[in-house]
Design a protein around this ligand. Structure first.
Ligand code: F6R
Length: 607
């Protein structure tokens, strides 16, 4: 969601705050702002829209100061206007906030009664007024912050400056992550480790309820009760990670092209290609005795979970439930004793998935997390972590994280099958061989980029697009539709091909392109029958299949893409790429903002 940066420095901070916001812009880009303290006076600059608007404001009206906070916003309360942009000011403080203050209405009413007047529609502004109120009553900054935090309900990460306190910054974390960075005579706050790239790699993840008082050379951390606590300082790899587009026009394209490499890296942690074996690190559970697996995630990660259900049930014979985190957490799910709950998340911070994780942990499930960010909250709270090694994913639309999640899930399905003896040695070798070939096959798929760009030129004129697939390719149809709608704003729906005649077929006419994902395999003929039903009603099909699949059917389609023929287990990994590229080129054709599509944010840390 929103991005936060804070610097207590020895040198001017304004430019460095903006640099950090640039790295954080993927988290939210409705508006941005910074505030600094200079000669005991708080000052701020804000602008609605992209960060470049703030940069233009700062160019005309620079900010001085050795201490400052910055924010890039994904709106929750109040429209994305300058008035609602952070930092928010009270009479004595400046505050930036990620999260939601649930009791803001009652706090705001009480503050208005006490004579405060508000200039934004945000929940954040109550924090600024509440804190100012405490300071006006004579509390020390430390006590005022503690007292204010005690009044707040909801999820938040905060960075706070106080008028007159030129060497002091406060931060707090409840529900939303916050990182403290240790530099050379400087200290930092960031909503994630990427915020601190280039500043320091010595970081400390605040724990739930922690808050911090820091100067340029001291950091004091307190827990929810106000007791001073020590938290471990670690060296973060994320802060050294390069966050640039290379030669690519967009992060999304770069990340699509990275897939052969990162999927190869991921697989190499889970398979031994030489001996054609699965290698699972020490498991904290015994797959032989697991009664049921519950897979929980949101969005694209949820589609990875859907694919995994097919694999785990087929190869390891373990019953699998798949749940959308936001639905799971408010149901009364009946969890089996001895069950394993697996949480899949690129960021490891998605609020609904995290809440579901905590629920399962409390309910006595063994909890595993499949995450891209190894230091994320989910990774830290799970009993066991399966890292996906995709590297930083900056494009808001998830691409390489999806295929890396699938790689881990495929290895787990096979590994569980081996341990449960539902897979014999020869099948293990066949499946591991199929997975080891995926990176090179992905590289072949990327050669279709130009052809997909041509198809996208037509697709860009469509109002609605359907995606069809069966089995493990049904979630790929859903993922293709999600990619298209989120970055090109074209309405798209994915369906299980066999469901077509139960309703969606009514949508089909000559104006609705239908992307059919039909790799050769046990379900090929059935998918083709559904495709024929659509063509018989005027549907214009874009067919994705392999050479054998296209042999007798490509002439029925208005366009086709030939993918390598691979083992059925590998098809979702490969077919993810053309649907990503199709969405990408359609969006570029339409001229939308591919990396920062409207209304979206990368890491959804509010429910
Ligand atoms: C879509 C997309 C989102 C995320 C979802 C979950 O392209 O990126 O649907 O997959 O918000 O995010 P994580 O995986 O970080 O929990």
């Amino acid at each position: 969601m929103c991005g936060i940066i804070g610097i207590v420095g020895r040198a001017p901070v304004s430019d460095r705050l903006v640099d950090a916001l640039r790295r954080l812009e993927y988290r939210g880009y409705d508006s941005a702002g910074i505030a600094t303290l200079c000669n005991s006076r708080l000052d701020r600059r804000r602008a609605s829209g992209k960060l470049r608007n703030l940069e233009a404001v700062l160019e005309k009206s620079p900010l001085e100061g050795l201490i400052g906070i910055g924010h890039t916003r994904w709106a929750t309360h109040g429209a994305p206007t300058e008035a609602n942009a952070h930092p928010h000011l009270g009479a004595h403080v400046a505050v930036v906030h990620n999260g939601i203050i649930e009791n803001f209405k009652e706090l705001r009413d009480a503050l208005i009664k006490a004579g405060h007047s508000f200039s934004s529609d945000t929940d954040t502004e109550v924090i600024a007024h509440l804190l100012s109120d405490r300071i006006a009553r004579g509390l020390s900054p430390h006590d005022a912050v503690k007292d204010t935090l005690d009044q707040l309900e909801g999820a938040f990460a905060l960075a706070i400056l106080i008028n007159g306190e030129d060497r002091v910054m406060f931060g707090a974390r409840r529900g939303s992550p916050l990182v403290v960075g240790y530099g050379e005579g400087e200290s930092y706050l960031g909503s994630d480790a990427i915020a601190l790239a280039g500043l320091t790699n010595r970081i400390c993840y605040l724990e739930e309820g922690d808050w911090v008082q820091m100067s340029n050379d001291t950091v004091q951390i307190f827990d929810m009760t106000g007791a001073a606590v020590e938290r471990p300082v670690t060296l973060s790899a994320a802060t050294g990670a390069l966050v640039d587009k290379g030669n690519h026009r967009h992060f999304m394209l770069k990340e699509i092209y990275e897939q052969p490499t990162v999927v190869g890296q991921t697989l190499s942690s889970y398979i031994d290609p030489l001996n054609q074996r699965i290698v699972l690190q020490d498991l904290c559970f015994d797959p032989k005795t697991i009664s049921r697996i519950t897979l929980i995630a949101c969005g694209t990660s949820y589609y990875a979970a859907m694919v995994a259900k097919y694999w785990i049930e087929h190869y390891a014979h373990i019953p699998v439930d798949v749940d959308i985190a936001s639905e799971f957490r408010y149901r009364a799910p009946v969890l089996s004793q001895g069950g394993l709950a697996v949480f899949i998340s690129q960021s490891g911070e998605t609020a609904d998935t995290l809440a579901a994780l905590r629920h399962c942990k409390q309910a006595g499930q063994t909890v595993a997390a499949i995450v891209n960010v190894p230091e994320s909250t989910m990774a830290r709270e799970a009993d066991m972590v399966f890292p996906i090694h995709a590297g930083p994913e900056i494009g808001v639309a998830s691409t390489k994280a999806f295929t890396c999640q699938l790689s881990v899930l495929a290895a787990l399905a096979i590994g569980f099958g081996v341990l449960r003896k539902t897979i014999d040695r020869s099948l293990e070798a066949t499946l591991v061989q199929a997975l080891s070939e995926v990176p090179s096959r992905m590289a072949e798929v990327l050669h279709h980029d130009e052809k997909l760009r041509d198809i996208a030129a037509d697709l860009a004129n469509a109002r609605d697009v359907l995606y069809l697939g069966r089995g493990t390719d049904y979630p790929i149809a859903l993922e293709g539709a999600l990619k298209l709608k989120e970055i090109s704003y074209i309405h798209a729906e994915g369906y299980a091909a066999g469901e077509l005649k139960h309703g969606p077929i009514a949508l089909i006419d000559q104006a609705v392109p239908i992307v059919v994902i039909a790799p050769m395999g046990p379900l090929f003929e059935k998918t083709v029958s559904n495709m024929e039903e659509a063509i018989a009603r005027g549907g214009k099909v874009i067919l994705m299949s392999c050479k054998d699949g296209l042999k007798n059917h490509s002439d029925m389609a208005v366009a086709s893409i030939e993918l390598p023929q691979v083992h059925p287990m590998a098809t979702p990994l490969l077919y993810a790429l053309p649907v990503q590229l199709l969405a990408y080129h359609t969006a570029v054709h339409k001229g939308t903002d591919v990396d920062q599509p409207r209304n979206l944010a990368k890491s959804v840390t509010v429910e």
